[in-house]
Design a protein around this ligand. Structure first.
Ligand code: UD1
Ligand code: CA
Length: 498
């Protein structure tokens, strides 16, 4: 029998790796060529415990589908072409959601358990002479590339048939328990089948494994469905291998938090909180100030530059990138947008799919809808709504406006209450406002329309025709005066009362 394996994952220097470099994978002892490693991600299950019409692995934590986290991590260990995602429940939705990652998919039509998932993947994994299959759970998104590498390396070094990643949990309930016979693992017992004694074991099976691919497929038919769920459990491979005198070992993770799964909404909430807190720590480490971080919602993929200050109750979502030296004031919600440096976002600004140049000032209460491109040093003020516009350098729209489908040049002043009438009930039309134009307050600009460079639009104008450069355009009824009219009316009313 093998001697006791030194089985602890080395504490990784960074939990949420900023460094994305690929570390060379372990060479298996002999032959001398590096082990060929495939990663299988099990993501076919329904997630019954969530009581959801959406597949479990598409639920989001940290603003991103759980499965997308797992794939992103796997891609830091092996290239996408060596990753096989096993899909089944709502397979097409799941595939579509992560297709952009370039991974392979394996269809598990009927979901008859985690063991069955690997049975179905046999053919897909038979290519490329893979030596090793690393199995990840599509519902456990906090795993790090360092831990996956440690698992894989340990497995190679041990020349085991199966290596499982285990963890000591204070509350192990719900997880499979690791039954050891000395240094080797004899079996994994699922919660439902565990005896009272076994339930007291705190070392749990994390659902992450490394297998020798040839051994796995030589023995996988040893699985049966004789268990409370009537499923093929991948966990039973430990017993199957043990009985065949093949080596099964476990490596314990130093951070049990990494292996947590998301079977219930409560677990998802916990994972979400963990991930977001880790994200905020990363931002703080990078020189960002976040006040009252527990009130902020910052998604995993968000980037923020140094010396930017994020006030309470801010949401930074999706692929948002905020430059250095910005200030994001309270109640602003920014999604999939890119902000330059030194941008001031005043309270209550809502922004989606937009770009904002350096030194711009937004809000309070600006609404930048998709396609808004605000130039350097430009101002968008309170109750200004923009959509699909370019606002040039230093241009200002400070109060109460709607600017849609507009191409606005540099140094333009948009007066309070200006409206681009971009929609005729059928089609959208563009308004072009060239550099240096001054649009007086309360103007309605009926598109399609072009206002030439340096022109003036008089306040309260309704502009329906193009305005040539440097011209003044009036588009309002002429004012008329009736001298004494108000006094006469007052006097007439007073007479009535007497
Ligand atoms: C599993 C392990 C348990 C371990 C826990 C860790 C089994 C039998 N049990 O339990 O020992 O402690 O993970 O989180 O493996 N899936 C498929 N096809 C199927 C069934 C499941 O792809 O037919 C996928 C699921 O979508 C999920 C993953 O496999 O992503 C794990 O399945 P799940 O039902 O969540 O297993 P657990 O009960 O958590
Ligand atoms: Ca699970």
């Amino acid at each position: 029998m093998a001697k006791a394996p030194e089985s602890k994952v080395k504490t990784s220097p960074s939990k949420h790796p900023a460094a994305r470099q690929r570390v060379a994978l372990p060479a298996s002892q002999s032959p001398a060529r590096p082990a060929r490693i495939a990663v299988a991600i099990m993501a076919a299950g329904k997630g019954t415990r969530l009581k959801s019409k959406h597949p479990k692995v598409l639920h989001e934590i940290g603003g991103k589908a759980i499965l997308a986290h797992v794939i992103a991590t796997a891609k830091q260990v092996v290239p996408a072409e060596d990753i096989f995602v096993i899909i089944g429940h709502e397979a097409e939705r799941v595939r579509e959601a992560v297709a952009g990652t370039g991974v392979n998919f394996v269809l598990q039509r009927e979901q008859r358990g985690t063991g069955h998932a690997l049975m179905v993947a046999r053919e897909a994994l038979s290519g490329n002479n893979y030596d090793q299959v690393v199995v990840l759970s599509g519902d456990a998104p906090l795993i790090t590339p360092e831990t996956i590498r440690s698992l894989s390396e340990f497995h190679s070094a041990q020349k085991a048939s199966m290596t499982l990643l285990s963890a000591d949990l204070d509350n192990p309930s719900g997880y499979g328990r690791v039954i050891r016979g000395g240094p080797l693992v004899q079996a994994i017992v699922e919660e439902k089948s565990a005896s009272v004694r076994q339930k007291k074991i705190r070392e749990i099976n994390s659902g992450f494994y490394a297998f020798s691919r040839p051994d796995l497929y030589e023995h996988i038919n040893g699985l049966s469905t004789a268990n409370p769920h009537g499923e093929y459990y991948l966990t039973d491979m430990a017993g199957v291998f043990s009985r065949a005198r093949k080596k099964v070992v476990a490596i314990k993770t130093s951070d049990a938090g990494e292996v947590l799964g998301s079977n219930t909404r409560a677990e998802m909430m916990m994972l979400d909180a963990r991930l977001r807190l880790a994200k905020i720590r990363e931002l703080l480490d990078n020189g960002v100030t976040v006040f009252y971080p527990h009130t902020c919602v910052i998604d995993s993929d968000v980037e923020v530059g140094a010396d930017t200050v994020i006030e309470p109750f801010v949401q930074l979502l999706g692929n948002t990138k905020v430059g250095a030296d910005c200030r994001i004031r309270s109640y602003s919600v920014i999604r999939n947008s890119v902000l330059g440096q030194n941008v001031m976002v005043r309270p209550g600004t809502i922004m989606e799919d937009s770009r904002v140049g350096s030194g711009a000032v937004l809000g309070p209460y600006s609404h930048l809808r998709p396609g808004s491109d605000v130039g350097e040093g430009a101002h968008v003020g309170n109750f200004v709504e923009t959509k699909k516009i370019k606002l040039g350098k230093g241009s200002k729209a400070n109060h109460l406006s709607y600017l849609g489908d507009a191409d606005i040049g540099d140094g333009v002043n948009i007066g309070a209450g200006t409206i681009t009438c971009n929609y005729d009930g059928v089609n959208k039309h563009t308004t072009v406002i060239e550099d240096g134009v001054f649009v007086g307050s309360d103007s309605t600009l009926v598109a399609p329309l072009k206002i030439g460079r340096g022109a003036y639009v008089a306040a309260a104008s309704c502009i329906t025709d193009d305005v040539p450069a440097d011209a003044l355009a009036f588009g309002r009824a002429r004012q008329s005066i009736k001298e004494g009219w108000a006094r006469q009316k007052r006097e007439a009313q007073q007479e009535k009362h007497h």
